[in-house]
Write a protein that binds this ligand. Structure first.
Ligand SMILES: [Ca+2]
Ligand SMILES: [Ca+2]
Ligand SMILES: [Ca+2]
Length: 301
């Protein structure tokens, strides 16, 4: 029996306001047996006093803090099998990519660039992580690195900054943002860095691509002036659909495993960033699922 995600969250909030739960169709957590109706959400929050990675699951109860380093720990990405979390931390000085078990144990530093490395995304196999890091000229390029550790492979070159790579659900492509034509646009390339295809072409910043589980479209953020909103773009045609219209900053979209719901970060509730859910079809049913006084964001199923 499959429950609707937004209804499930409503039920959970009715009994435990700080419990952020997910309910997708295809993701299993922690090796659980049948059912298949619960998906964890990882997110970043400064509710402990500084930014850290948190996870919320139905099976383990309320949100759990997974990192405790005093600086920035955020941008969590959950591996498709739910066992690993990649994240960004400045605990060694500059920003680097780290990986840990989904219970917070065994936190391992993966990158050792002199500059910053950020924006991790898992390959669907879980064996590889895409990210961006500053090359020798200080330009952010897309790289991949084995999840188990090893040498990074640089996939992009040139003088334009790259950001937010995202592996497609079939692992064949990587979507990313790049300011190649003067402002940020979305691109898709092969997982080897070839066959680059430009998806957006306009005068505003287009960023934060997130694949729908069926691989046909991306949710992303378009920033017009100071107003960021969530849009969806079809990879095949470039046809676009706007999902949010609030004047607030709406960003960091992430699809639920069944593709029915988008989680995103917004400051529309006043002052702090919170995590919201909405229908992935038309942006309806927007619901604040963190309801905290801290900054909560960067949700990832
Ligand atoms: Ca921290
Ligand atoms: Ca643009
Ligand atoms: Ca907005």
């Amino acid at each position: 029996m499959k429950r609707n995600l937004i209804q499930s969250v409503t039920l959970a909030l009715a009994t435990a306001p700080l419990v952020l739960v997910g309910c997708g169709g295809s993701s299993q957590v922690g090796g659980g047996g049948g059912g298949g109706t619960t998906s964890p959400i990882v997110f970043q929050s400064d509710r402990s006093g500084n930014m850290d990675v948190w996870i919320s699951t139905v099976t383990r109860g309320g949100p759990e803090q997974l990192t405790t380093a005093p600086g920035f720990d955020g941008q969590p990405a959950l591996s498709p099998d739910g066992r690993k979390i990649a994240f960004t931390s400045d605990r060694a000085g500059s920003l680097d990519i780290y990986v840990m078990n989904a219970d917070g144990s065994n936190q391992v530093r993966l990158t050792f660039f002199p500059g910053d490395a950020k924006d991790p995304s898992f390959h669907p196999s879980g064996q590889q992580i895409a990210f961006v890091a500053q090359d020798v000229d200080g330009v952010f390029q897309v790289y991949v690195i084995p999840t188990a550790g090893g040498s990074p492979t640089q996939l992009t070159t040139g003088t334009a900054a790259h950001a937010e790579p995202a592996f497609s659900p079939d692992g064949q492509r990587i979507a990313f943002a790049s300011e190649e034509d003067g402002d940020l646009e979305l691109f898709v390339m092969s997982a080897q860095g070839s066959n680059k295809q430009q998806l957006t072409s306009n005068a505003v910043a287009d960023t934060m691509p997130a694949w729908h589980p069926d691989g046909t479209r991306l949710a992303y953020v378009s920033k017009d002036g100071n107003n960021r909103d969530i849009w969806v773009i079809l990879v095949s045609s470039g046809a676009r659909q706007r999902l949010t219209t609030e004047p607030a900053g709406d960003l960091a979209p992430c699809y639920s495993p069944d593709g029915q719901v988008i989680a995103f970060q917004s400051d529309r509730a006043g002052g702090v960033d919170q995590i919201f859910l909405m229908s992935a079809v038309n942006g309806s049913g927007v619901q604040n699922v963190t309801n905290s006084t801290s900054n909560d964001g960067a949700p990832c199923f």
